[in-house]
Design a protein around this ligand. Structure first.
Ligand SMILES: CC(C)(COP(=O)(O)OP(=O)(O)OC[C@H]1O[C@@H](n2cnc3c(N)ncnc32)[C@H](O)[C@@H]1OP(=O)(O)O)[C@@H](O)C(=O)NCCC(=O)NCCS
Length: 318
């Protein structure tokens, strides 16, 4: 039977295709914690549907550093090109639902929505309800050139594959990104982070061919770019159109080496390898308020695809 969900998904698919060719077709709505919230438009048809899910990040998951442990996630589908009124009402209804949850004012909860970055008509409703743009999922279709006068490594620096015996230095750089992004609400440095990062890094450095590259100066590591291969990027690949998708999980240059072209040289090396391996789309996250990230990634050929909006704690949703 053709349901309200299918009907609205079709309309949303048409809107998304027109808004941004890098968006996927909208997936079936997930099962929620209750029946979907439905906002009826003036013509009597559903103008908005939203499904709320309550996600708990386990203690032993590295994902713990990328946000609160409890995430109340709304998956919205908005039919109309100008969706301010429908989204405003949907968020009001969601707020009433969250207000019934005793845990919603705990600092480890967020109310969160992933919103297509180019769907600008929803932004004022998200702001009105007290949400903040915290993260950006950015996309680069293969072949987009880096804008830099020079992508050679700075003098005295060698870029090479990361090896298992780089573990301590690579781990320090992985932690460096978490520490840096913690300034912008995108990461939370946790006591368990070191052990979790060490474990994940050890596994990542054992991959062959390598998917991580480091910059070395005088025997010391000065920078890192680390990519998840397509089979490990499945968790995020559905956020973009079908392709062979890889996820760039870490980019770090030591503070004393920044601004000298090392970042661009590392990304150039990674892109050359990804192109040669048939990767058609690369995704990455950056913190919306990280002043170094957005301009850097734009010059590297990436642009916003999804914006991660949050209210923290969840009860802060207005
Ligand atoms: C983001 C980051 C990786 C960029 O690395 P980087 O080595 O500084 O990058 P580049 O040197 O290639 O480019 C950065 C700036 O230096 C300038 N630059 C590039 N080559 C240069 C050169 N040869 N001489 C002087 N400046 C240069 C660029 O124009 C750019 O300037 P602008 O963006 O301020 O206009 C680095 O700042 C970093 O690790 N930050 C902390 C962690 C972080 O934010 N990681 C990204 C998380 S998503």
């Amino acid at each position: 039977m053709f349901s309200v969900r299918d009907d609205i998904n079709e309309a949303v698919g048409r809107r998304w295709r027109a808004l941004d060719p890098m968006l996927p077709a909208p997936r079936d709505l997930p099962e929620g914690c209750m029946a979907p919230l439905v906002v009826t438009g003036q013509n009597g048809r559903p103008a908005a549907v939203g499904v709320c899910r309550h996600l708990h990040v386990p203690d032993d998951a590295l994902e713990q550093v990328w946000g609160t442990t409890t995430r109340l996630v709304l998956t919205p589908r908005l039919r109309e090109p100008d969706n301010h009124a429908a989204l405003d009402e949907l968020l009001g209804r969601w707020r009433e639902h969250l207000a019934d949850l005793p845990a919603a004012d705990h600092h480890e909860t967020t109310a969160t929505i992933d919103w297509p970055s180019r769907d600008v008509s929803g932004v004022n409703a998200l702001l009105k309800h007290g949400m903040q743009a915290i993260t950006v999922l950015a996309v680069r279709p293969a072949g987009r050139a880096i804008q830099a006068t020079d992508t050679e490594p700075p003098a005295g620096v060698v870029i090479r594959e990361a090896r298992p015996d780089d573990l301590d230095a690579v781990m320090e750089m992985e932690l460096g990104v978490i520490r840096f992004d913690a300034h912008f609400g995108a990461a939370i440095m946790r006591p368990s982070a070191e052990a979790l990062v060490r474990d994940a890094t050890r596994k990542a450095l054992a991959r062959r061919p390598a998917w991580a590259w480091v910059a070395e100066r005088d025997g010391r590591l000065a920078g890192l770019v680390h990519v998840q291969p397509p089979d490990e990027s499945v968790w995020i690949a559905g956020k973009t159109r079908p392709g062979t998708t890889a996820y760039l999980q870490t980019m770090f240059v030591g503070a004393d080496e920044r601004g000298g072209g090392l970042g661009a040289a590392l990304v150039k090396r990674a892109h050359d390898e990804l192109d040669a391996r048939g990767i058609s789309i690369t995704l990455l996250h950056y913190a919306q308020m990280n002043p170094l990230s957005a301009p850097f990634w734009s010059r590297m050929g990436y642009r916003p695809l999804w914006t991660g909006w949050e209210s923290r704690p969840a009860a802060a949703l207005r």
